[in-house]
Design a protein around this ligand. Structure first.
Ligand SMILES: *Cc1c(COP(=O)(O)O)cnc(C)c1O
Length: 404
């Protein structure tokens, strides 16, 4: 039997069916390339969903994990450790934050952020100030609290009752927030650029407007930068493109470059509400994870790499526009840095997955963001020649669907 069918049969036999993986199984990766069991080569524009910021098996990361693996893997938070302290300092020195909490994923960072927002409001204003405002189409993770704050009803279906006190405004519409916000609002939660929801950047002045509304009602502004963080948009965090800062920020995905880690950043004043014993995580701040994360941030903290993200963005956009001129399949090409989305025209709506499958058959891996948007989240150091090669393959995939 075909290996692809054997793989699928085994997957269906042993895995909970919550995923529907592609029919290839990558076994090795280097930079922006992957190879499957048969040795077929793929250009990787998916980057592990905005995680592999340095591509696959970057030598700085493999060295960091090797060295740390011979010293110390895990302690629990009964002790602190050197890599965690270094990483916390690194995050504080480069952002608005004064305090850091470590965990293992984006959901867990958001869970901590939402709990902290509630606890801070409870401590300072009382239990009535517990309402959370988030946005339609937003994505904040898959735990019960994070699917509740997320603005996509389909992720909550069948899991109710969900936590109470969450309301949804319209992204990029300050008036819709004004209608919901009150002195009972404890937090407004927002992605500075919506990822999963379709790669939708914040409109000019939207995030600043949220800051003003939060200040007026003594609500905390929480930025979910799980996808947009760690230079994805060309700055360390996307809020740095604006004139304001959040009160709480969550980071994960690219923070570990492929090793699981999450972080919640905040001020000393707000952090006080997470006093001893209020919250925790066994693996949070694990030395192995923090050592890898330090190597990721050390490598990315480099002017040439950061400046190049804008150049690579332009290369992507220009090539995608050229493709679109020929085939006229996108009605919008948008994004920031190396978080790029192409929205399909009416005729192909609902078909994003077919394009991703056809692209895979041509040797290039990309993602969807909802049913109508193709999403690109490659390594931040993807070589220009891999961008060009991958987009040529994408063009072949497009021809296979729409005809030459
Ligand atoms: C991926 C993502 C999450 C969830 O992160 P996990 O590590 O999968 O739990 C949360 N928020 C945003 C914006 C994301 O893109």
């Amino acid at each position: 039997m075909d290996t692809k069918l054997v793989n699928r049969k085994l997957f269906d036999e042993v895995m909970v069916p919550n995923y529907n993986p592609q029919d290839i199984i990558p076994v090795t990766g280097k930079g922006s390339k992957l190879w499957d069991q048969q040795g077929n080569e793929f250009i990787d524009f998916a980057g592990g969903i905005a995680v592999n910021a340095l591509g696959h098996c970057h030598p700085h990361m493999t060295k960091a994990i090797q060295q740390q693996s011979e010293k110390l893997w895990h302690l629990s938070n009964v002790y602190t450790n050197e890599p965690a302290l270094t990483l916390a300092q690194q995050l504080i020195q480069n952002t608005f934050a004064e305090k850091v909490f470590f965990c293992n994923s984006g959901s867990e960072a958001n869970e901590a952020a939402f709990k902290l927002a509630r606890k801070y409001s409870f401590d300072n204003f009382g239990p009535q100030k517990h309402e959370i405002i988030s946005f339609n189409k937003s994505f904040h993770g898959r735990t019960l609290f994070t699917v509740t704050v997320g603005g996509q009803e389909k992720y909550r279906e069948g899991f109710k009752p969900t936590p109470a006190g969450v309301n949804y405004a319209t992204y990029n519409d300050l008036e819709s927030v004004k209608k919901l916000i009150s002195n009972n609002t404890c937090a407004v939660v927002v992605e500075p650029i919506q990822g999963e929801g379709g790669v939708i950047p914040a409109a000019e002045g939207f995030l600043e407007g949220l800051r003003k509304l939060c200040d007026k009602h003594q609500a905390l502004l929480v930025f979910d930068e799980v996808q947009s963080g760690v230079y994805r948009t060309g700055k360390m965090y996307a809020y740095m493109h604006t004139s304001i800062a959040p009160d709480i920020l969550t980071s994960a995905k690219a923070l570990g470059g492929g090793f699981p880690i999450g972080a919640m950043l905040t001020s000393s004043k707000i952090a006080k509400s997470f006093g001893f014993g209020t919250h925790g995580s066994t693996y949070g701040g694990n030395p192995l994870a923090c050592a890898v994360s330090n190597s990721v941030l050390d490598t990315l903290n480099n002017k040439e790499i950061i400046n190049n993200i804008a150049n690579k963005h332009n290369l992507f956009i220009n090539k995608l526009k050229e493709i679109n001129k020929k085939y006229n399949i996108f009605n919008d090409i948008r994004g920031q840095g190396l978080l790029i989305g192409c929205e399909l025209i009416e005729k192909y709506q609902g078909k994003a997955k077919s394009f991703v499958n056809a692209a895979k058959d041509q040797g290039v891996l990309l993602l969807v963001a909802g049913p109508n948007v193709l999403r690109f989240t490659p390594s931040l150091i993807i070589p220009d020649e891999d961008i060009i090669k991958g987009l040529t393959k994408l063009e072949q995939a497009i021809t296979s669907i729409v005809g030459a």
